[in-house]
Design a protein around this ligand. Sequence first.
Ligand code: KIV
Ligand code: ZN
Length: 389
Amino acid sequence: MSTTNIQIFDTTLRDGEQVPGCKLNKAQKTVIAEQLDLLGVDIIEAGFPVSSPGDFASVEAVSKIVKNATVCGLSRSVENDIKTAAEALKYAKMPRIHTGIGTSDSHIKFKFNSNRDAIIERAVAAVRYAKSFVEDIEFYAEDAGRTDNEYLAKVCEAVIKAGATVLNIPDTTGYCLPHEYGAKIRYLKENVKGIKKATLSCHCHNDLGLATANSIEGAINGAGQIECTINGIGERAGNTALEEVVMIMKQHPNLKLDTNINTSMLYGISQLVSDNMGIYTQPNKAIVGANAFAHSSGIHQDGVIKNRGTYEIIDPKDVGVTESAIVLTARSGRAALAYRAKNVGYELTKLQLDVVYKDFLKFADLKKEINDNDIHKIMESSAIYNELR
Ligand code: KIV
Ligand code: ZN
């Protein structure tokens, strides 16, 4: 079986930026877009141009500076939205208009007070209109996660005929279970006429903590694109985290899925987004959290010092983290103390270590974490170390 290259569609600057308090200005969006382009994402969704003059200007600025990626702008199935997106994307080397409409019965009834046939007509009209501006049209079936599969297939078939090149199947509310989302993608792959002309895309939200699992399941079942954000930032509980899906595909070669991402940039770009958005990344966040490569219990530290692979499945350098951290706390063991003491210049004999370790524990019980300065203090005040050196 050959390896499938999964296109990475980054929506940090659109779905991610919708988070309250995370708004970015034009300069910030441009700096992040430049880094996303270097990171190797295939598509950058730069914003929702009709939403505000500022966002229009940002999408235009991003379109001008991005060298390699496709630049995409969001719109509803509304002519003015689509026309405005096309204008904002005018300078993009590879422009894509992302248009769509809600397809679940709940959206059709409560948002649009409409019916299934009328929604298909609006979807087709939107895609045709968008196609009059650019070739590359992505259609989103909002709330596809809760849309009946047979009807969803009809929508997909109609928009492909109208010229859609990518079909976005969003689990907008983060409701699907991984096997259900995977089965939805497979159903579309097997039942939509003309599906070979389009790419299926996963766009998952994290309301039940399943966004990453659902996206991977989607790719396993035939999707060719994953939509995601740096640090998983996004509406409510967030979107699929880019760093997670990318590293899952890298660490599991048996999946036969890969991406164009330069993973050594992941940590740096995570920090860049977090600094610019003013939103702090939880320390236990997979791949990019402060504790993702930190070991603090004695048993784990002993293992990692003997062989990193005992407790680490990713080489930190692969994601741009210089090295694993051995954190000294009152739960640490002798191996960790000896290792950290050696790093700051103290080579301890077994006898010295036994004694110094007792001093260390007394100190560690008073403090959450022991740093290099503390190690110096412990060593200098330790009678046995001074006696034997
Ligand atoms: O979650 C969603 O359905 C979306 C669409 C607008 C693509 O973000
Ligand atoms: Zn979304």
